[in-house]
Design a protein around this ligand. Structure first.
Ligand SMILES: [Ca+2]
Ligand SMILES: [Ca+2]
Length: 89
């Protein structure tokens, strides 16, 4: 069930990421490449989706996954991954 929810979140984020440009996100590095394999793809989105809801102070919180640095792994972080989908080194 959790996998299904993760897939649903990734799908929604992909649609939203295509629909909206996210302002203020620098492109100096490969934003959204969370596993460091030089491409932003499903695995990166899944890393965020699996940890949505965790915030600073939680053992499962990760600054790396909190792409907008608001202290919480949330849908907006997933949306950032989606907006960089397919980019590579
Ligand atoms: Ca990656
Ligand atoms: Ca966040």
């Amino acid at each position: 069930m959790n996998r299904l929810i993760s897939l649903l979140l990734v799908s929604v984020a992909l649609i939203a990421g295509v629909a909206f440009e996210l302002p203020g996100v620098a492109r100096a590095e490969l934003i959204g490449d969370l596993d460091g394999n030089c491409v932003v793809n499903f695995n990166d989105a899944l890393m965020v989706a699996r940890n949505i809801g965790y915030s600073e102070g939680s053992l499962r919180y990760s600054e790396t996954l909190d792409l907008n640095h608001n202290g919480r792994i949330d849908f907006f972080d997933l949306q950032i991954v989606a907006s960089h989908w397919g980019e590579h080194c």
